[in-house]
Design a protein around this ligand. Structure first.
Ligand code: MG
Length: 391
């Protein structure tokens, strides 16, 4: 079969705020080939990502993503890999291309799996989908008392792992931050997994980040996520030398496989967190998972939006029994839940698994999509390059 159509749907909440919550809008991708349909999601700004698919070429290696996709053969996973290589080369000067391609690539895996009646993780070579321990991802409170209350609330909802992020951390003193770390541990209880995400706040200041390590170790945090800007590899490497029980985590900012490998090799992370809606899709994420195993690093999904994106993010490491921690969007905006008909719910052990169903195993809800749909038209000189398709 050949790729006949690639359609984009831009969804948004009625109001989008400044909070660091990526579920306030979404870009869904629908691909059609050989009478089959597949769905994927870009973890990206919707409008520039649509534009990167349809824009006029600027020159020979600044071409729209569509040039490397439309009309191409889709027989097996190797064809998806070939398209990945073509996009990387033909759009090397189009920086949004990786984000756009990520959603298309994911939709192609979904379509191929549905055509074959196989889950994506099986096409990736895994024999089974192992259960993962979902962690609830929340923001630190404005005060330690608020952080304590949020931690107790998470525990009351039966999560055995939680990640606290952003908020006031890094904006005051190390002693103030320590109170939040201790409050989070107290609220979660002694046996829960505590993860901390500081959202790049220390930029590349190793000394300031290192001041937080003793309190993180005292609170028995499993990881210290994104202390620095995504590419500050020297800072990551220096801090990794100064941490003992708490390991560094990062990788959500990786837009290609090499960026993730460099974070492992030069940044010294113990956990590599990959968002397949950014890195180029499921195939590149699986390459990182393979590399992580070879380097003794634990793979973790990164995802903060819908259950379509959640399922996609789990496929690359579904078969890795020992890589158990899994990001689970605990409190997404309504659009992220309503865009699919089914959801990945914890089983009686409180664990979730990538579905044992064709493709990604998630059914998109046309009514949910329509409810939040933003009508888009992109024109140049009166010629329409993109117009929101029918759903
Ligand atoms: Mg993060």
């Amino acid at each position: 079969m050949r790729i006949e159509a690639v359609d984009f749907f831009y969804l948004a909440m009625p109001e989008v705020t400044d909070e660091a919550d990526g579920s306030q809008d979404a870009l869904l991708v629908r691909v059609a080939a050989g009478g089959h349909t597949g769905w994927g999601e870009c973890e990206a700004a919707p409008l520039p990502s649509i534009a990167a698919f349809v824009c006029p070429k600027s020159h020979g290696v600044c071409r729209p993503v569509g040039d490397s996709v439309l009309g191409k053969p889709l027989r097996d996973p190797a064809d998806i890999g070939r398209m990945s290589a073509e996009v990387a080369y033909n759009s090397m000067d189009l920086l949004q291309a990786a984000h756009t391609w990520s959603g298309v690539e994911t939709a192609l895996w979904d379509l191929l799996g549905r055509a074959r009646g196989e889950p994506v993780w099986k096409m990736l070579g895994y024999a089974r989908s192992h259960p993962k321990t979902p962690y609830a991802s929340v923001l630190f409170g404005d005060t330690p008392a608020e952080t304590l209350a949020r931690a107790r609330d998470i525990r009351a909802k039966d999560f055995r792992a939680a990640k606290f992020g952003w908020g006031p951390i890094g904006r005051g003193t190390a002693a103030q931050d320590a109170e939040h770390f201790i409050a989070a541990r107290e609220g979660l209880g002694a046996d829960a997994i505590l993860l901390v995400d500081t959202g790049q706040i220390f930029i590349d200041d190793v000394a300031r980040a290192a001041e937080r390590v003793p309190a993180l170790e005292q609170a028995r945090a499993t990881w210290f996520e994104e202390p620095f800007a995504a590419s500050a590899l020297a800072a990551y490497g220096a801090l990794a030398q100064r941490s003992r029980s708490v390991k560094l985590a990062g990788g959500e900012g990786a837009h290609n496989v090499d960026m993730a490998k460099h974070l492992i090799d030069y940044g010294g992370v113990g956990y590599i967190q990959i968002d397949c809606g950014r890195i180029g899709g499921i195939g590149p994420s699986k390459q990182v998972a393979d590399y992580a195993i070879a380097k003794g690093v634990t793979f973790v999904n990164h995802t903060f939006t819908s259950h379509l994106a959640l399922s996609a993010s789990m496929q690359p490491y579904a078969g890795l029994e020992d890589h158990r921690i899994c990001e689970f969007p605990a409190l997404p905006k309504p659009l992220a839940l309503e865009l699919s008909q089914n959801h990945l719910r914890p089983d009686r052990n409180g664990e979730i698994s990538a579905p044992d169903a064709p493709g990604l195993g998630i059914e998109v809800s046309p009514a949910g999509v329509r409810k939040y749909l933003q009508e888009v038209d992109i024109q140049v000189n009166g010629r329409t390059l993109f117009s929101t398709p029918k759903i």
